[in-house]
Write a protein that binds this ligand. Structure first.
Ligand SMILES: *Cc1c(COP(=O)(O)O)cnc(C)c1O
Length: 490
């Protein structure tokens, strides 16, 4: 630290450190195709690296950056690379690397308009852009949140508070109300369970409706369940539609769900965390029909807008719904005269202090344009279909879903069909940890129809056909290794 009684370096030194940081970044971006996707580190080893008490004295920032490069940057799970297929991990954009650094430099708090005038307006703008991009509602409101989980929780909180406003739910809580029920398919993301629990609805009142062979919700079963619940004295209150399930990318029939919600006077929420942004593609307009009818939609800019974490978004039909849900007066927040109609985000969301997530989104839209982003989404889907077709044509793998979006699930089934189902299950379960240990590609699995499958999610603007070929090559090598371990001969 310099001798000026603050934590600042001289501007000259700060500038040197910024340059060094940029060198570290450039170095990391050199070999995104060939670098290991996974480090193979163990918790014990990493824990030891950082096992020290609070450092009493500072370390020279140059040395510190060297350590950070070696231990943090160069070992990072390569979400930014082209061998990442796990969960829903996108590559991030370079423009967002710039914006995140700039955002940290000015340290804006987007809780109150006058603390971050431009960031507040940019957030309103990117919320509207997001809505426009997916064809939701040009007058929709919304708020940026940490991710899809928070976006769904926020949407469902609005649903609950607005639907039960006449019972003064914000004051009285749920006490005295008859149980109200929520509906979604059994392929729905686990964050909805968490939301249902947090909102005091209770998972007994969350009805998971069977899905069909294509993993979309069974509408017939849904309506029967609603009727049954009414008969049982419950108040059906919300239907959640999936605009891209996390397991297979299945898109529920959103228009039909909207009609049912309307028929039974229910809120219609869409979980579009994974797939919502793909509604921007003309070729998929039909599949997303009814998205514009939702009362609220969760989308995730850190998924198909390729943003670095975190960047989720809740869209609602009216901005005022957010205010009706979250506004709380606090004396110390209310001292500015708001005669100019300033929009304070804390009055429209649970959080008070908020990071400026809008700049990276705004800069990405500006730098690349919506059309280039759509092209990359389209490329992800094309590459997924290519992978699905390759698997379907192969004799050693079985395709487990027909992807509309960019998730494809498959199983190794051996060449000669002589292996028992339980041995096949065992093989497929071993593939994931073996691939993790190998580290060249990073992929995870899931369970479909009660069987373990390998699940590839292709959501990275850097991805090319050669990378997809490499994935299958590595998996085949790993399968040979596992078969040797298990002494399987086929
Ligand atoms: C990723 C995802 C979520 C959760 O989003 P996070 O950003 O990880 O919190 C919810 N629903 C679906 C369908 C998702 O794909």
């Amino acid at each position: 630290m310099e001798q000026n009684n603050s934590l600042d370096y001289t501007l000259e030194k700060f500038s040197e450190l910024l340059l060094k940081t940029s060198d570290i970044i450039i170095d990391r971006y050199q070999n995104l195709d060939t670098a290991k996707a996974y480090s193979g580190l163990t918790p014990q080893k990493v824990e030891l690296w950082f096992n020290e008490p609070v450092p009493e004295n500072g370390l020279d920032a140059n040395l510190l950056l060297d350590q950070v490069k070696e231990k943090v940057i160069d070992t990072a799970t390569l979400n930014i690379g082209t061998n990442m297929y796990a969960y829903v991990m996108t590559g991030g954009t370079q423009v967002s690397v710039l914006s995140e650094m700039l955002v940290a430099a000015i340290n804006q708090n987007v809780g109150k308009w006058h603390l971050a005038p431009v960031m507040s307006e940019l957030e309103k703008r990117v919320v509207q852009w997001g809505s426009q991009f997916i064809g939701y509602d040009s007058s929709a409101g919304g708020v940026l949140v940490s991710g899809g989980s928070a976006a769904n929780l926020t949407g469902l909180t609005v649903a609950r508070n607005v639907m039960f406003e006449k019972y003064d739910i914000r004051k009285q809580g749920l006490f005295g109300l008859k149980p109200f029920t929520v509906y979604a398919s059994d392929e729905t993301h686990g964050c909805i369970d968490k939301s249902i629990e947090l909102l005091g609805i209770g998972t007994d009142n969350y009805k998971k409706v069977n899905s069909l062979d294509d993993f979309t919700i069974d509408l017939h079963a849904l309506e029967n369940q609603i009727k049954q619940d009414i008969q049982d004295g419950k108040r059906p209150f919300c239907i959640i539609g999936n605009a891209g399930t996390v397991n297979t990318g299945a898109i529920d029939p959103l228009d039909k769900l909207a009609a049912l919600a309307h028929k039974y006077d229910m809120w219609f929420h869409i979980d579009g965390a994974y797939g919502g942004l793909a509604a921007s593609l003309k070729s998929l307009h039909d599949r997303f029909k009814g998205l514009d009818l939702a009362d609220s939609v969760a989308i995730d800019f850190h998924k198909w807008l390729y943003q670095p974490f975190e960047a989720g978004c809740t869209l609602v039909k009216n901005w005022s719904d957010l205010n009706r849900t979250f506004y709380k007066r606090a004396a110390y927040l209310d001292s500015d005269s708001k005669t100019d109609n300033r929009f304070d985000f804390n009055e429209h969301h649970f959080q008070l202090s908020r990071s400026a997530k809008a700049l990276k989104i705004w800069m990405s839209f500006k730098a690349y344009g919506a059309s280039a982003i759509r092209s990359c989404i389209h490329k992800d889907i094309r590459l997924t279909k290519y992978l699905a077709e390759t698997i379907e044509k192969s004799i050693d793998f079985e395709l487990c879903n027909h992807p509309d979006l960019s998730v494809v699930c498959f199983r190794y089934i051996a060449n000669d069909r002589s292996l028992s189902q339980s041995l096949i299950d065992e093989l497929n379960k071993k593939i994931i940890p073996e691939l993790e240990a190998d580290g060249r590609v990073f992929i995870t699995g899931t369970t479909l129809n009660n069987r373990p499958v390998v699940r590839a999610c292709l959501i990275n603007h850097r991805l090319q056909k050669e990378n997809v070929d490499f994935l299958l090559k590595v998996i085949r090598e790993i399968v040979v290794k596992i078969k040797n371990q298990l002494k399987v001969i086929d």
